[in-house]
Design a protein around this ligand. Sequence first.
Ligand code: NDP
Length: 278
Amino acid sequence: SHTILYGVFGDPIRHSRSPIMLNRAFREAGMNAAYAAFHVSPQALGDAVRGIRALGYRGINVTIPHKVEVMQYLDEIDEGAQVIGAVNTIVNENGRLIGYNTDGIGYVRSLKEETGIELQGKAVLLLGAGGAARGVAYALAKEGAACIYIANRTKERAVELAQTIQAYTQAVGLGLDEVEQAAGAVSLIVNTTSAGMHPHVDELPMPVDLLSDKHLVSDLIYNPRITRFLREAEARGARIHGGLGMFIYQGAYAFEYWTGTPAPVAAMRQVVEQSLAE
Ligand code: NDP
């Protein structure tokens, strides 16, 4: 049988761990498949998407900066991806390109499997209102979170995201200077900002003196594996959860959408952890 083709479009793309992770997954599942990284500039994105059809690629991941712009070139967009306003996974169904977003559901699956948390009825403080925040807020709402406080440096973006999420659960948009009351009202705090990401490793997304042992504190960042924010939270008695699982599970969902078979998550995690340690 012939090799089924997959890949990822991004700019930059050279540091992506997706090829290592997905090629390991296909091998573990005994599939004849190959996954390649493509450096696609913004002006080449339309041609690259038409190339998916022309070359018969089965599946493509889309990463920064193409998650929003790619939508205009697709034939169909899944409802969740439409609400989120971004696509990170394309499935080619006989030339028909369908866009999905697995970031938010990948995050929630990681959070649940790695912490055992029950989200139904929970109040959550979400820090940030960018692309990742949109997917996570939507997925948390779909999981039954009862109230989502969204706090962002640029308050207008938080208010706008809260308005979108209000179709699914109670949501409030705040400025970063308004987190104190929300922090006292929630048991889960999620950092979706890039504060703390390499090379800005000393930045904090909110005042850490508001954290305590009643919080589970989660950070989407996985470079570094444990951010300063998580270390400060742990020092104040909070439980912590890092972002590596989100990366693994967004890839696991893509694998499952493409192949219809459960992803070999343990093997995927092992190879990503090994590559980050190198
Ligand atoms: P965006 O650029 O879309 O959004 C960035 C967000 O961070 C905005 O809310 C922005 O606020 C805020 N922000 C940036 N710098 C600061 C700062 N110094 N202080 C406070 N807030 C700040 O990025 P994404 O949403 O795509 O990604 C955000 C983070 O999530 C990144 O660190 C990324 O690595 C991580 N991520 C992890 C994934 C995983 O698989 N684990 C997947 C996707 C993302 P403002 O609106 O005011 O500019």
